[in-house]
Design a protein around this ligand. Structure first.
Ligand code: PGA
Length: 249
């Protein structure tokens, strides 16, 4: 049985006043689905202090535990704040920081060594989808970005089509289902049926209160990775509640 997961990625948004939104999410977060908020690094310690029912995570980490890497943050440092998750390989990291699968895999290993759970992101661009390369791209990213040693406890995979992030464009439920079924099959083939079936698969890209329930009804969708709509409790709470409802069913 996979526990549903509503994950919020605040990206580079939020000063300390933003943390009040976490308080306003608490009640919904006690309803069955797991809730994760990944605030900017500057807010981690304070977010953990008021986390309540909510898990707190980072948005990236360095592959090494410490060293001469100005401006970077290690997995051990994230764990030291009390964070329990880290998002890795988000398409904005892959694009803005030229991160490739090898680096994401190294970061994932480092996250696991620090005791963090990794939310590894994969997703195709619009050009790749239009060229009918979606499953090849996703298969390559899965193989390259996830180290050996994955379990249902230490790994979550987020399918985030690049063209759906922050655009208001959402794939059809058939398109989401096709990719999620494919990811499930690949994980089962590589890690065995037990592990493959226990890893949670999130959909991400323009998830909003209005489309959440429909997306959560798709097979092999165990929750969502939400950007813009996770910043305000007024938007994220209905998404969490849609997932709580899906947990009951
Ligand atoms: P969005 O972002 O919900 O704002 O589209 C999703 C993400 O990048 O994780």
């Amino acid at each position: 049985m996979r526990r549903k997961l509503a994950a919020g990625n605040w990206k580079m948004n939020g000063l300390r006043a933003q943390l009040a939104e976490i308080d306003a999410m608490q009640e919904a977060a006690s309803g069955g689905a797991e809730v994760l908020i990944c605030p900017p690094t500057t807010l981690l310690t304070e977010a953990v202090a008021r986390a309540g029912h909510i898990e707190i995570g980072g948005q990236d980490c360095h592959a090494q535990a410490s060293g001469a890497h100005t401006g970077d943050v290690s997995a051990a440092m994230l764990a030291d704040t009390g964070a329990s998750y880290v998002i890795l390989g988000h398409s904005e990291r892959r694009t803005d920081h030229d991160e490739h699968d090898d680096e994401v895999r190294a970061k994932c290993k480092s996250a696991w060594e620090a005791g963090l759970k990794a939310v590894v992101c994969v997703g195709e661009t619009l050009a790749e989808r239009e060229a009918s390369n979606t499953l090849d791209i996703i298969g390559g990213q899965l193989a390259g970005s996830i180290p050996d040693g994955a379990t249902g406890h230490n790994l979550v995979v987020a399918y985030e089509p690049v063209w759906a992030i922050g655009t208001g464009k959402v794939p059809t439920t058939d398109q989401i289902g096709e990719v999620h079924d494919f990811i499930r099959a690949r994980l089962e083939r590589r890690f065995g049926a037990g592990v493959g079936r226990s890893v949670r698969l999130l959909y991400g890209g323009s998830v909003k209160p209005a489309n959440a329930a429909e997306i959560f009804a798709v097979s092999n969708v165990d929750g969502a990775l939400v950007g813009g709509a996770s910043l305000k409790a007024a938007d994220f709470v209905p998404i969490i509640e849609a997932l709580n409802g899906a947990s009951d069913g």
